[in-house]
Design a protein. Structure first.
Length: 129
């Protein structure tokens, strides 16, 4: 678990309590698709399944989510984005994330799709790359 003063796992260099912490706690919503994607990455890193499920579009959201506690998320790199701004209703984010599992460092690349409904950005789905 990350403490409030630790750097946020999302990679922006801000303290957790000033970055993704308030989104995880439901105190505020992501203003952009990229901010939501970063908060979701951070949620994987800290094991916050509630945030992941709450920000997943209901048409694609799994009934439950079991995270592997032995998996350690190491680094997030945003490669590209389209739309997803404060006045958009759709957006995409391409990212690459490194993680450690079973003693090996691996990379996950995804082209993620987001939609904004009733002012809230939601993760729809993604294509692994």
């Amino acid at each position: 678990m990350v403490s409030a003063k630790d750097l946020c796992p999302c990679g922006l260099g801000e303290p957790y309590d000033a970055c993704c912490g308030p989104l995880h706690a439901g105190e505020r919503q992501a203003a952009t698709a990229e901010q939501l994607m970063r908060s979701r990455y951070a949620a994987f890193a800290v094991g916050d399944t509630d945030h992941l499920l709450r920000t997943w579009h209901p048409t694609t959201r799994p009934a439950e989510l079991d995270l592997d506690p032995s998996q350690r998320w190491l680094h997030l790199e945003v490669l590209d984005r389209t739309g997803g701004g404060p006045f958009d209703t759709e957006g995409t984010v391409d990212f690459r994330a490194r993680f450690r599992h079973d003693g090996r460092t691996r990379t996950l690349a995804e082209h993620s799709r987001f939609t904004r409904e009733n002012g809230q950005w939601l993760y729809v789905d993604g294509d692994l790359g």
